[in-house]
Ligand binder design. Structure first.
Ligand SMILES: NC(=O)c1ccc[n+]([C@@H]2O[C@H](COP(=O)([O-])OP(=O)(O)OC[C@H]3O[C@@H](n4cnc5c(N)ncnc54)[C@H](O)[C@@H]3O)[C@@H](O)[C@H]2O)c1
Length: 302
């Protein structure tokens, strides 16, 4: 079979060695990793969990954060300067909830293109993308006895936000196939310091497991284009762990230890019953009014 990536992969090998030379000046042994959206919830978790003897972090956000640079991910030139010489980008920046269409397009879609394009132009060989379970938010909630839901199940979003993650993943696929980048899409469940409500007993990604998952995505040898669920080893989990484990992810936390302390359900979406939210994979967040700014309410502890 014709491998359409061959010329690009050859070019990439050259670019990688150029990046390693550059980086050798700052970090002889290891890799430089850029984190976008580093001031946010998951960014803060990763800033304290990803540092390693063989890794240097460059952290950026639209708002200041400790040790970071203020960079708008929709500014391609600024982003190119930041990722120059890096070995990987962990892209977290963006709207993490429903927003009006234009905001979603500008920040989540354009920002994602800028990250991938900056990686291509600067020879950064690997991009880890923060996708979401909301990509499949309108699927029926899997039952505990079902086969685990594969991490490449087709998109079925309930919001523009969820759709933007489908756009993110498919653009990542293009940049892998056409330009040879390694692109790892992490379909994150509920990443908070504690599981939010009863649904979180199956969807929780603990802060420590978030660190383990992203670390695995950064270290996996030649992963190619991968989708994996971002969840802990939850007793009530219903999503496949296979893809994550193939990356080298070994989750150790289980939301079950929170079970007695949690409310039975997340707060319902406006106009919907709690049962309606429980019936869809994305929970009440998937049933948010389309195109209206959404905020997290009680139950999301961070
Ligand atoms: N927390 C979760 O449970 C969860 C679940 C699924 C997916 N995700 C995804 O993970 C990522 C991080 O989530 P989070 O909970 O930390 O969100 P967050 O809202 O706490 O953080 C997002 C960060 O992105 C920054 N940002 C927004 N626009 C930017 C721009 N134009 N340029 C640079 N920075 C910009 C914000 O300032 C913020 O610090 C998001 O992409 C989100 O969609 C999170």
């Amino acid at each position: 079979m014709l491998d359409v990536r061959w010329p690009t992969v050859k070019r990439r090998a050259h670019q990688v060695s150029r990046a390693m030379e550059w980086d050798g000046m700052a970090n002889a042994a290891g890799q430089t990793v850029v984190i976008t959206g580093a001031a946010g919830r998951i960014g803060a978790m990763l800033r304290t969990r990803l540092p390693a003897a063989d890794r240097v972090l460059r952290v950026v956000d639209l708002v200041p954060c400790e040790g970071g640079q203020v960079v708008d991910v929709t500014d391609l030139d600024a982003l190119r300067a930041v990722v120059r010489g890096a070995h990987a980008i962990v892209h977290l920046a963006g709207h993490g909830l429903e927003m009006p269409w234009r905001d979603i397009l500008e920040t989540n879609v354009q920002g994602n293109w800028c990250v991938l394009e900056a990686a291509r132009l600067e020879g950064v060989p690997r991009v880890v993308l923060a996708s979401s379970n909301q990509i499949a938010g309108m699927r029926p909630t899997p039952s505990p006895g079902d086969e685990p839901l594969p991490a490449d199940c087709p998109p079925r979003p309930g919001t523009y936000y969820g759709w933007s993650k489908a756009a993110m993943e498919s653009l990542g696929s293009l940049f892998h196939d056409r330009f040879g980048l390694d692109v790892i899409c992490l379909r994150i469940g509920s990443c908070f310091s504690a599981p939010p409500g009863g649904r979180g007993l199956s969807t929780w990604l603990s802060p420590d497991d978030a660190g383990r998952l992203v670390d695995a995505a950064l270290r996996a040898p030649s992963p190619g284009f991968v989708r994996a669920w971002g969840v802990s080893a939850n007793t009530r989990g219903t999503w496949s762990m296979t893809e994550g484990r193939e990356l080298g992810y070994q989750p150790t936390d289980d939301a079950e230890s929170w079970a007695s302390a949690l409310p039975p359900a997340e707060p319902p979406a406006p106009g919907f019953s709690a049962a309606a939210g429980q019936a869809v994979l994305g929970g009440p967040l998937a049933l948010a009014p389309v195109g209206e700014p959404q905020t997290l309410r009680d139950g999301y502890d961070d």
